[in-house]
Design a protein around this ligand. Sequence first.
Ligand code: SF4
Ligand code: SF4
Length: 457
Amino acid sequence: MRVDFDKYKEWTSKESPTEAEFNQVLEKAKELKGLTLEEAAVLLRIEDHQQIQKLMDVASYVKKEIYGKRMVLFAPLYTGNVCCNNCLYCGFRKDNKELKRVVLTQDQISSQVQSILESGHKRLLIICGEEGKNTLPNIVKSIRTAYAVEYKGQHIRRINVEIAPLSVEEFKELKKEQIGTYICFQETYDPELYSHYHISGPKKDYQYRLDVMDRAMEAGIDDVGIGALFGLADYKAEVLSLLAHAEHLEKTFGCGPHTVSVPRIEPAPGTPFSEAVPFPVSDDDFRKIVAILRVALPYTGIILSTRESEQLRKELFAYGVSQISAGSKTNPGGYGKEDSSNDNQFSLGDHRSLEQVIENLVDQDFIPSFCTGCYRLGRVGNDFMDMAKPGLIKCFCLPNGMTSFAEYLHDFANKDLQKKGFDVIDRMMVDLPNSESVTHMKEALTKMEKGERDIYL
Ligand code: SF4
Ligand code: SF4
């Protein structure tokens, strides 16, 4: 895999596009087939307020057409903060002497997962620092431990993992563990700046990281998630690089990334670099980034973390974000405790509990979704893309989102939220694709009232 970062910088630094050029790209975006790199570069060059508004409108249209009013929720689980790398922007880096180092024991992981289950989550993202070559067996153990935890008959139904790049052989081992998506961010696709920020440790190897998804897919891991840490380099070239990465995977393996993540640098304890961001991305630019990714990669989920503020997260739901973390703790062992933010990887912008996030989503007429249907039915990789591309995503995601939310309402919500939540489910019936789907949904809701759980298509 090669990324020509300088070429992308050149493409995006040209003058603003003409109205005709701009409109042509927007018309193409409305066809829901995605954009080429050159077309995305046109959108990255717009500065005019009206053009930006038009872009946002088209992004909202694409989001609504493909994803409907549904938001997938997950909880990150940091299993440790020991790391042999020295990424200048990260609170977990090796040379940060202010950080209290922790690696959770399997018992601690169990109790963290129990706290996460108690809050109502069903989807977990396991994250840990890099500790040298011996990490995989520990990660496998942690995955097994997390899947084995039971709370009042509830289990985690899907675990995604965000861990350091592995070899093809190691990925084959990881695949046996029933993981959902393998996630790894390039951080920055600018090779020069990458060397500058990653001063020591195995992560210093730009190319090994860039090829990680090729190795994962070669090993049979069908769902991968890419991402960049915005603030490290020119954001426009970074967006084109993400799109180039997606294009490369699609051409090589017939299937692009399942998700793209868009974190922005946030202050981290003991990390002065994170307080003086080299390429700051304003909220306005950040909205543009999300909107352009949405229209360029219409079938790729966009993940937003709790780094961003409640207000901005709300706005970005409309422009393209389809998955969010909620009620997150970014310090290992943080769930079930009062906040002790001194050992966080970064500062959170959204401190709300899962319940508060859900209330808010419901107030905006969104269905909070804990759906894991595709993973349980093996509808991943190319099978998922075959389903998603003709727009069928809505036929599965909305009903599954509704049943998974109904389950949450029965098992975890207070009376007020139950009322509001079931009202939204009722209102969403009209968005179901056909009358068969409505009948199925009504039957599923009745079964759930009688105590049945885990109903999905
Ligand atoms: S970003 Fe990841 S690899 Fe780098 S120091 Fe932090 S935990 Fe380690
Ligand atoms: S139906 Fe598949 S794609 Fe849709 S939310 Fe569920 S798991 Fe994700």
